[in-house]
Design a protein around this ligand. Structure first.
Ligand code: PMP
Ligand code: GLU
Length: 397
């Protein structure tokens, strides 16, 4: 039996595969440091767990409306208004099984065969595959380390043609923690408006930003860009709820109607219990976020000092302004990113994600969604691994 051609072209998710491998090595007793996982190591806050337990005990265990329960959509609309300066009606919002599912749905309803989707690289591994699944064409716009991995507007303009339908923007970004300023977003918005292009603004890491960084929601910039923007978010990263699978998008009514029909015939609805949990999550006060942010900031700062002081000869990076990843340039080694990650895992028991599936083969992604103790141990092992590569003459220093 032949698998459908549309699926044959799709790559497995390196982030999920390596994370699963590291977890299973750990389970079998190997002391692996997991820098692979794109999920916070903290437990889901107790109030959220309690709301879910109550939902189960109250018998809230049946199908819900396919786009989500009204009270959750109202809470999301309130959150978007108060935190993001965005006016959405609950009818414009669709709750799905994770932001990944929201992104998948949006791409399915917007993209026709051969439509082009502009994706800045480095990009999160699933964007290109989702576009391929919709039979669209990912068009990669490369960004440079020396530009802080930010889009060059002139380059962006050159990529646009009659088949371009959509741009995918992720700020703060996975894998490099790039955060676009209001002014930078304004320039991207102008290009979208001029060319009448839809833009997905993946804001899943909005709460994890460092120093005095300020997060701006793209759709808040003007009425014109609001009409073209699909704002995607979810509870996975901000509330340590990766396994609960709740994400959402807000956008023009015609798009939410289309996604609603798609969801009717695919998942029926997101989990009822998880929706009640998400409702509780969105009710947590802002102190929760300041504590989350300071924990991640401490880890980011530690990693950066370590890389600068101990590994400066071997690697370089762009300082992340948000999210919980640092993208590290390993081009001074003679290994491609898959071989580097494979050897590092097998010989030094440190799991990282190779850069290739993010569009950059001389890079690796380190996730600092793990404890300080693990981070210290992992960095020491990474340092010894580089020294070993040097003795094998596998580095240029
Ligand atoms: N967008 C980005 C950039 C991500 O890194 C992730 C992580 N999986 C998601 C969306 C989806 O998150 P989830 O489906 O868990 O809400
Ligand atoms: N987004 C996370 C990551 O990049 C979780 C895994 C996934 O869904 O890809 O690692």
């Amino acid at each position: 039996m032949e698998i459908a051609t549309r699926i044959q072209a799709v790559n497995p998710s390196a982030t999920l595969q390596i994370t699963a491998r590291a977890k299973s090595m750990r389970k079998s007793g190997i002391d692996v440091v997991n820098f692979g996982a794109g999920e916070p190591d903290f437990n889901t806050p107790q109030q959220i767990n309690d709301a879910a337990i109550k939902a189960i005990n109250d018998g809230f265990t049946k199908y819900t409306p396919s786009t989500g329960i009204p009270e959750l959509k109202e809470k999301i609309a309130k959150k978007l208004k108060e935190e993001n300066n965005l006016e959405y009606l609950p009818e414009q919002i669709v709750v799905s099984c994770g932001a990944k599912h929201s992104l998948f749905n949006l791409i399915q309803v917007i993209i026709n065969k051969n439509d082009q989707v502009i994706i800045p690289s480095p990009y999160w591994v699933s964007y290109t595959e989702m576009v391929k699944l919709a039979q669209g064409k990912p068009v990669i716009i490369e960004t440079r380390q020396k530009d802080g991995f930010k889009i060059d507007i002139e380059k962006l303009k050159k990529k646009i043609n009659a088949s371009t339908k959509l741009i995918i923007l992720n700020s703060p970004s996975n894998p490099c923690g790039v955060l676009y300023s209001r002014e930078e977003l304004q320039k991207i918005a102008e290009v979208c408006i001029e060319n009448n292009l839809f833009i997905i603004s993946d804001e899943i890491y909005e709460k994890i930003i460092f120093d005095d960084a300020v997060f701006t929601s793209l759709a808040s910039l003007s009425k014109e860009i609001y009409d073209l923007t699909l704002t995607v978010n979810g509870v996975s990263k901000s509330f340590s709820m990766t396994g609960w699978r709740i994400g959402y998008f807000a956008g023009p009514k015609e798009i939410s109607n289309a996604v609603s029909r798609l969801q009717d015939h695919s998942t029926s609805c997101p989990s009822s219990v998880s929706q009640r949990a998400a409702l509780a999550a969105l009710g947590l006060d802002s102190n929760y976020f300041s504590s989350l942010r300071s924990k991640f900031q401490e880890r980011r700062d530690f990693i950066i000092s370590y890389l600068d002081e101990k590994l400066g000869d071997f690697v370089s990076y762009v300082k992340p302004q948000g999210a919980f990843y640092i993208f590290v340039n390993i081009s001074k080694t003679k290994l491609d990113s898959f071989n580097f990650a494979k050897r590092l895992l097998e010989e030094s028991y440190v799991a990282v994600i190779p850069g290739k599936p993010f569009g950059c083969d001389s890079w690796i992604r380190i996730s600092f969604a793990t404890s300080m103790e693990e981070i210290k141990k992992g960095l020491e092992r990474l340092e010894l691994f580089f020294i070993k590569l040097k003795t094998e003459k596998l580095t240029q220093i």
